[in-house]
Design a binder for this molecule. Structure first.
Ligand code: OGA
Ligand code: NI
Length: 323
């Protein structure tokens, strides 16, 4: 079986217990009256085929479209979460063509860059994936409306921050791993954007951390159901009324696994801070403001390698005066 590369090994506290509890406490929302969801499921199946064909290509072919510190789309097999290497391969493409982002993390550099995935020669059907994005973004906007209303805001309050959305559609591939007790497919994290709409196959492995007791709860695959993660943006906008979900992926020693997250990220020029409607003299802003584009570009540049410091997090903007 050989030895595991040390870069993948989790510290003992974060190693998964392979026998986990079974619970049914993840709420399921039925939006099935809508044609959008049915269409999205169908195109989603086509994207799964595209992903499978791509990840089964020889490694040399995949590495021809490898991402680097300048180009943050395409293939990547060395992502680190919290400075431990993930047991996975990914392919990222931009949901919006082109996507406008700051050219560098430098706060004084005002230059912007427009990036296209479609200009690249890549060995997979981008059209199928972009068709899927167009349907899933409808679902994402609908969810944002429901969340806005739940916060007592106008239905379009949050949606208008996404006119030039910046997120990727990601194809995740978790090869079988001979060391499932030492490595993770993705280490614990919360997603940085507003929402993630994820489809997973029937293998299982995604776990969410219970806020009440810190236990890791498996998210069992449900046929034709999406998993919706609340991300860090919603935690900040809602001033902690919504909390972003901490999650991770355990790997399987026998079966490969595929998942497809759609990351719904706002326009680069959005200033992230609690919404004014939700704060007052008594309810103080829990976060200091930051620019979404610079934050995202800073995070993007730092998950290639093992660093000494942690990646930038929303906790870095927590206002100590407010707690
Ligand atoms: C992610 C992620 C979960 C999964 O890509 O951010 O959390 O089930 N993926 O693959
Ligand atoms: Ni995630």
């Amino acid at each position: 079986m050989g030895e595991i590369d040390e870069a993948f090994v989790q510290v003992p506290d974060h190693r998964p217990k392979l026998s986990t509890i079974e619970v049914d406490e993840i709420p399921v929302i039925d939006l099935s009256a809508s044609e959008t969801e049915k269409l999205a499921m169908e195109i989603g199946k086509a994207v799964e085929k595209v992903a499978k064909a791509f990840f089964h290509l020889p490694i040399e072919e995949k590495r021809k479209v490898k991402r680097d510190e300048l180009n943050f789309t395409c293939y990547h097999d060395e992502e680190h979460t919290k400075n431990i290497r993930d047991w996975k391969e990914v392919f990222d493409m931009l949901i919006q063509e082109p996507t406008i982002l700051p050219a560098s993390p430098d706060p004084d550099d005002e230059e912007l860059e427009a990036t296209l995935t479609s200009g690249l020669r890549i060995p997979l059907s981008l059209e199928t994936c972009l068709e899927y994005c167009r349907v899933v973004e409808k679902l994402a906007f609908r969810l944002l409306e429901l969340i806005s209303i739940s916060l007592g805001l106008a239905a379009n309050r949050l949606g208008e921050l996404f006119k030039h959305q910046t997120g990727p559609l990601r194809l995740n591939y978790y090869p079988p791993c001979p060391f499932p007790e030492l490595a993770l497919g993705v280490g614990r994290h919360s997603d940085g954007g507003a929402l993630t709409v994820l489809v997973q196959d029937d293998v299982g492995g995604l776990q969410i951390r219970s806020q009440s007791d810190g236990e890791w709860i498996p998210i069992k695959p449900i046929l034709n159901a999406y998993i919706i993660n609340i991300g860090d943006n919603l935690q900040v906008w809602s001033n902690d009324l919504y909390v972003s979900a901490e999650h991770r992926v355990v790997v399987n020693s026998q079966r490969e696994r595929f998942s497809i997250p759609f990351f719904f990220f706002p326009s680069h020029y959005v200033t992230m801070k609690p919404l004014e409607e939700l704060v007052n003299d008594k309810i103080l802003m829990k976060y200091k403001e930051y620019n979404w584009g610079k934050y995202y570009v800073t995070q993007n540049g730092s998950n290639y390698k093992k660093l000494d410091a942690e990646n930038v997090q929303i906790e870095d903007f927590k206002d100590p005066e407010s707690v």
